[in-house]
Design a protein around this ligand. Structure first.
Ligand code: F6P
Length: 543
């Protein structure tokens, strides 16, 4: 397949970029009184303002042409139909089946996966209801009140992010914790104040072979058995698993009856709306969880059927390509103006960077252009007092997504309007800046004028929703999932494998015995790694 960078549409964008790269948002707005409204959309209950981006109608026309030339529509349809678009792993990509309406048919290897999803959701709901009403009884006869999710990457970040995001809806009598790091201090800190008699571990691992998760699960088993005794019966009452690998779950000693399924057609980073979200469902309840799935579904339908000119994830993806591939921007800031979304960016880092951090096409050729951006940011307004200086006046171009909600979940007087005034002011300041003449007019001393001038022309997209509900969280996450899909498809890469994490895993496994052996190992790494291993051994009192 011809690489996108060799297509005439790409060349047309290059030429167009030469023409408009210096256009200033101040002028684009001055020349077009309706720009703010014309380049905004209200779809699926989401208001998205693209107008403060450095583009014109012609830019959008040329970007949209990339969808045609790369067959984006066919790509989307292939994903929803369960075709094996994860070509390196020869798998379908069906996170959309996790929220497909009951009765839909998506067949993989002769099985309607939507039926499997629905039966898993029913099993999850039973479990969640039982725990929530105090009916899941631990080894000593006490009801479970603490849920500790053990997992890493997609088996941690999603449920953890959503647990924080939807805390307002959660049952505060249930304590949920998330242990991911193989650093034992993570387990220690998350369990030190919990009573093992009231604690249940949800061990989440699609593969059930992840070193960090298995180490934490072994420590959890010792923690439970060391305190409660009871052997297999205690394990059965204090552990459930979520995995696509029943053999390994059984080998670990967890009863398969206490296992919730995963499927190889769901990528880890696309999985928190599967049983990987079990701890979340216990916390917020099955109804709120299903409401969240409804939000995902609404955006799935929007992505599948809305013309690309009004298709929010497609437009977000195209605008990201415009900055990354033509302006050379290397990062993308995501700035949610909601404390509850404080873990959103960490979640999106995996979603975007593990998906689109690729250097070859689906055919194995060098991709020939920049792919996924570095995604970063944290909840506003905190970031404003930390790194926004660089976005405003530094030398780098950092496209930024601003996410806000009109209604607060609790009305604490002035807070919401203060928060949203900042949500509105920052994109305005970033876009339009402040000229030297305006600075002088404020009476600023001449020696400060240059430093206090804001060049502006910093691009932003503002996303405004009514309220942070489970449904709106589902919509937001699905928007970013499909944005990532759009970009990956246009670049011609496979967004659904993650071979880049393998080499480090293998080397770590090779190094373990070299750190722990009684006698000095024969080392055959590079001289730097060899010296570090020797230094570590000596610091641990090993020869
Ligand atoms: O190593 C990367 C990765 O495979 C992620 O893609 C995944 O989310 C994470 O590890 C955890 O994998 P698992 O759920 O199989 O333990």
């Amino acid at each position: 397949m011809t690489r996108v960078t060799e297509q005439p549409e790409w060349q047309a964008l290059r030429t167009h970029h030469e023409e408009i790269r210096d256009a200033h948002l101040r002028d684009l707005f001055a020349d077009d009184q309706d720009r703010g409204e014309r380049l905004s959309l209200f779809e699926a209950g989401i208001y998205v303002d693209f107008s403060k981006n450095r583009l014109t109608d012609e830019t959008m026309r040329l970007l949209l042409a990339l969808c045609e030339t790369t067959g984006l529509r066919e790509g989307i349809e292939a994903m929803f139909a369960g075709e094996r678009i994860n070509v390196t792993e020869d798998r379908p990509v069906l996170h959309v089946a996790l929220r497909a309406p009951e009765g839909t048919r998506i067949v993989v290897d002769g099985v309607n996966v939507v039926d499997e999803v629905q039966s898993c959701l029913a099993k999850m709901s039973d479990f969640a209801e039982t725990v929530r009403r105090g009916g899941w009884i631990g080894e000593t006869g006490r009801p479970i009140r603490n849920i500790v999710n053990i997992g890493i990457g997609g088996s941690d970040l999603g449920p953890e992010m959503a647990h924080t995001a939807l805390a307002w809806y959660g049952d505060r009598d249930i304590t949920c914790r998330f242990v991911s790091n193989v650093d034992g201090m993570d387990f220690h800190e998350k369990t030190r104040d919990l009573d093992p008699a009231e604690t249940l571990f949800v061990v989440c691992s699609k593969s059930f072979g992840t070193q960090e998760t298995l180490a934490n699960a072994r420590t959890a088993r010792e923690w439970i058995l060391g305190s409660l005794g009871g052997g297999d019966t205690a394990v059965a009452k204090h552990f459930v698993a979520v995995s696509a690998n029943p053999g390994r779950v059984a080998e670990f000693g967890i009863d398969i009856g206490n296992m919730f399924p995963m499927w190889d057609w769901v990528g880890g980073r696309y999985s928190y709306d599967s049983a990987i979200g079990l701890s979340l469902m216990v916390f917020i309840g099955p109804d709120a969880f299903r409401e969240m799935l409804g939000g995902f579904r609404e955006i799935d339908e929007h992505f599948l059927s809305t013309p690309f000119e009004r298709n929010i994830p497609v437009l977000m993806g195209l605008i990201g390509i415009w900055y990354g591939n033509f302006f050379g921007a290397e990062t993308q800031a995501v700035l949610p103006y909601s404390q509850y979304l404080s873990r959103l960016t960490a979640y999106l880092q995996q979603l975007d960077m593990e998906s689109n951090g690729k250097h070859v096409t689906r055919e194995g050729e060098p991709v020939g252009t920049q792919t996924g951006p570095v995604v970063w940011g944290q909840a506003g307004t905190n970031g404003q007092h930390a790194y926004y200086q660089l976005i405003h006046q530094g030398t780098k171009l950092i496209p930024s997504d601003f996410i806000g909600f009109a209604e607060p979940l609790e009305d604490l007087g002035e807070h919401q309007d203060l928060l949203m005034a900042n949500f509105l002011a920052q994109p305005e300041a970033l876009g339009f800046g402040k000229t030297a003449a305006e600075v002088r007019a404020d009476g600023v001393p001449e020696r400060q004028v240059a430093a206090r001038t804001f060049e502006g022309n910093r691009p932003t997209t503002s996303i405004l929703m009514d309220k942070l509900t489970p449904r709106n969280l589902g919509k937001l996450i699905a928007l970013y999932e499909h944005k990532v899909f759009t970009q990956g498809w246009i670049w011609g890469i496979n967004s659904f494998d993650q071979w880049g994490v393998e080499l480090g895993k293998k080397l770590a496994n090779d190094i373990i015995p070299e750190l722990t052996s009684d006698s000095a190992p024969v080392l055959s790494h590079d001289s730097s790694t060899n010296a570090l291993i020797r230094r570590y051994r000596s610091m641990r009192g090993r020869t």
